[in-house]
Design a protein around this ligand. Structure first.
Ligand SMILES: O=c1ccn([C@@H]2O[C@H](COP(=O)(O)OP(=O)(O)O[C@H]3O[C@H](CO)[C@@H](O)[C@H](O)[C@H]3O)[C@@H](O)[C@H]2O)c(=O)[nH]1
Ligand SMILES: [Mn+2]
Length: 735
């Protein structure tokens, strides 16, 4: 008889019913096809605007096909962490990586909170090691971590003892965690004490940030005295070692700042991740690794157990190369819908979610470039490319052999004895002539190293898993609307297109590799994201162009063709709205989200496309611009007053959208006040007029920005540039 304990599954696959969604998806697709056919057969009767509209709609339809194919078979995983104890008496070791790169854009207190939430996570401390990579080589970060370790000795036992759910102190000490009279006296006292200690920690870090550092570089900080941001040797320090290997103790904590020299490319985050992989390979060599951005704290302390259910519960390792948790923000909860509801569940049902760069559990072997069939067939390991091309650290090769063979008993007890080897593998010349970043590890060549790395893993034929517990596993901070979002989205668009134009293009992956066809479509949807900006920009200027030239790009209101336009528009909007309401968000937040999406498309995405074109022409180099992060102090994060209010800066990204708004204002003014008022009969008509007004309403933050001063106003230089462009456009269209 089979052992009943062994046979209990650790997770279950759930297939949500989506008949309604499929029906709407197909109906929309049908309507879009009707529209395209209608456009084609009436092409001869109309002018340029009609043809341009046709091209745009052709692109939107193509995009819709990608979406429908991706969403067709949604799936979710339901882990059973309570069974883990029975089936896996000894949990496997886990290395956790946190990356930070700039002590100003990424306040150290954020990194400290992330690290504290990790050290306190619900997982045996003797199986856990936390590595922090500091690409900013900042004594402030180092100092903050040293201080945090002292606080952790109080914090971690406090969390465990009282079974605290959110173990990032800055979130925990928000008002609602205040103990009530229902709590015991002891707890109330302890709580107050912890809060005071945390406040002192924050104050010490804040004071240190005020200090001019080179002066205070004594003692442990002396190693930083001769460092520059991009010119310094490797610094690896074991900040805390769980020497006795106590499951109830504090996990290892290691600080890593890899060597940087001005002439050596460092490959941004991907480079940092590869260094962390090697250093951790030497020191603890856990078979699983979790990677987090410095602002993503653990919000659900059970998450490690849940992820292990999927990793260990899969019958076949091939089914689970990595496990991605959705990237959610405490200050913008509605973003959940954006990817998770819209496309996320769908891709989980194909070959598994994209790797999103943070909140992801990896199998070390997979990062080491293993193919699924090598994982099955141990004999093949000895030809493994990693062992030949991983660089010349003997210690690392030894550890890699262990990792590839799946041995988990390599968890070191004396970390310091690996320090010398760690310095070697973190040096900037180590990767010369190796396969790091090319054949294995985090792959170089794109600003979105995460998507690229995930894509190469999927192309080998691995599948990935998805873990989306309630409460969310990790939470980060979303950049505030405005310049910070623009910087981020521009970088994403650029990076995605870099992948599209590279040898890693998913179409090649499907033809030559093991990427599934529908997975390829899902990747394509993401990678060609940026091109949409060109079509949206064109579509958005068409109404103004038509009013100015008294032509039309839409059927007349009295013609039946108008339904092919109105119906998909109304259905799609109602559908996304109903999804928002169903998930518990307000109509207003839906509207703000829709408007933001249109604005970001026409600004940041457009500049991303321009960036890539410049790169392809060899005219510009790609730079990873770090997203500004902040600490939110209210419980729901964002300041309600600010919702929908847009912040501007001098950046040229705002020129495009400001120009569109100005063109529309001009068109409406001429249309309404000019010699040929809008007519229902000939030329441009009600439909164009309606579109123009609708667009201005949707772009209201920009319209307001024209008249506001300060950070909510568009700088006058941007307005002048846009006005010049708008005039040029009006002049051209009148020709
Ligand atoms: O040279 C660098 C640059 C960045 N980072 C770190 O990379 C992470 C992500 O940077 P961030 O500025 O927060 O970018 P986001 O746009 O918010 O990041 C998203 O998009 C990135 C790809 O563009 C992914 O790597 C991230 O995981 C994903 O959260 C942060 O922890 C940084 O400290 C480095 O370690 N070294
Ligand atoms: Mn981020």
């Amino acid at each position: 008889m089979a052992n009943p304990i062994i046979s209990v599954p650790l997770f279950e696959k759930v297939f949500p019913k989506n008949t309604y969604q499929r029906a709407v998806d197909v109906a929309l697709l049908f309507l879009l096809f009707c529209l395209l056919i209608y456009r084609l057969i009436s092409l001869n009767n109309y002018g340029l605007a009609w043809f341009l509209a046709f091209l745009c709609e052709l692109w939107f339809t193509f995009n819709w096909i990608l979406i429908v194919c991706t969403r067709w078979t949604p799936m979710l995983y339901k882990p059973f962490p309570e069974r883990l104890q029975q089936r896996v008496p000894e949990l496997p070791p886990m290395d956790v990586f946190v990356t930070t790169a700039d002590a100003v854009l990424e306040p150290p207190i954020l990194t400290v909170n992330t690290v504290l939430s990790l050290l306190a996570v619900d997982y045996p401390a003797n199986k856990l090691a936390c590595y922090v990579s500091d690409d900013g080589c900042s004594p402030l970060i180092f100092y903050s971590l040293v201080e945090a370790t002292k606080f952790a000795k109080l914090w971690v036992p406090f969390c465990r003892k009282n079974n605290i759910q959110v173990r990032a102190p800055f979130r925990y000490f928000l008002d609602e965690s205040k103990p009530s009279s229902a709590n015991s006296r002891d707890f109330q006292k302890e709580w107050k004490y912890m809060k005071e200690e945390y406040e002192q920690l924050s104050r010490r870090i804040e004071n240190a940030a005020q200090q001019p550092f080179p002066i205070g570089l004594t003692g442990e900080l002396a190693v930083f005295s001769e460092t520059e941001l991009r010119n310094h040797p490797t610094i690896v320090r074991v900040l805390w070692e769980n020497k006795e290997g106590l499951p109830e103790g504090l996990p290892h904590l290691i600080y890593v700042s890899r060597e940087k020299r001005p002439k050596n490319p460092h490959h941004y985050k991907a480079g940092a991740m590869n260094v962390l992989t090697r250093v951790s390979g030497l020191m603890t060599n856990a078979p699983f690794m979790l990677n987090l951005d410095c602002d993503m704290f653990v919000n659900n302390t059970q998450i490690f157990q849940q992820a292990m259910c999927l990793m260990l519960g899969s019958k076949n390792e091939q089914d689970c190369a990595f496990i991605q948790c959705p990237q959610l923000f405490y200050d913008r909860p509605q973003d959940l819908l954006l990817l998770h509801e819209y496309i996320g569940k769908g891709i989980v049902g194909i070959q598994g979610p994209y790797y999103g760069g943070t909140g992801c559990f990896h199998r070390r072997k997979v990062i080491y470039g293993l193919w699924p069939d090598e994982a099955e067939n141990q004999g093949k390991l000895y030809d493994n490319v990693l062992l030949k091309e991983c660089g010349n650290s003997k210690e690392f090769i030894t550890s890699a052999v262990h990792a590839l063979k799946g041995k988990t008993d390599y968890f070191a007890s004396n970390l310091s004895k690996f320090l010398e080897a760690a310095h070697q593998v973190a040096s900037c010349s180590y990767e010369y002539g190796t396969g790091w970043g090319k054949k294995f590890g985090w792959i170089y060549g794109s600003l979105v190293e995460d998507i690229l790395t995930g894509l190469t893993i999927h192309t080998k034929g691995w599948r990935s898993g998805y873990c989306s517990p309630d409460p969310p596993a990790f939470l980060g901070c979303a950049p505030p609307d405005g310049p910070a979002v623009m910087v981020q989205q521009k970088r994403w668009t650029t990076g995605l297109l870099e992948i599209f134009f590279s040898k890693h293009n998913p179409v090649i992956g499907t033809l030559k590799g093991n990427l599934q066809f529908r997975q390829c479509l899902a990747y394509l949807w993401l990678l060609v994201w940026g091109f949409r900006s060109i079509f949206e920009l064109c579509y958005a200027t068409l109404p103004a162009y038509c009013i100015l030239t008294n032509s039309n790009f839409l059927p007349k209101v009295q013609e039946p063709g108008i339904y092919f336009i109105v119906a998909p528009f109304v259905i799609h909007h109602l559908y996304t709205l109903s999804e928002f309401i169903r998930t518990g968000f307000s109509v207003y937040s839906w509207w703000v989200g829709q408007c933001m999406a249109r604005i970001v498309t026409m600004t940041a995405w457009l500049f991303g496309v321009i960036n890539v074109i410049l790169k392809l022409l060899g005219l510009s180099e790609m730079v990873f611009e770090i997203t500004q992060k902040g600490l939110s102090t209210s419980s729901d994060g964002g300041d309600d007053d600010d919702e929908g209010k847009f912040v501007f800066d001098e950046s040229p990204v705002f020129v495009s959208v400001t120009t569109v708004v100005l063109v529309h204002l001009t068109a409406l003014a001429t249309g309404l006040l000019g010699p040929q008022p809008i007519s229902v009969g000939k030329g441009s008509g009600l439909a164009e007029f309606f579109c123009s007004v609708f667009l201005l309403v949707a772009f209201w933050p920009i319209v307001e920005g024209l008249f506001r001063k300060g950070k909510y106003g568009i700088p006058s230089s941007t307005i002048f540039k846009s006005a010049a462009l708008a005039l040029f456009f009006v002049y051209l269209s009148k020709l």
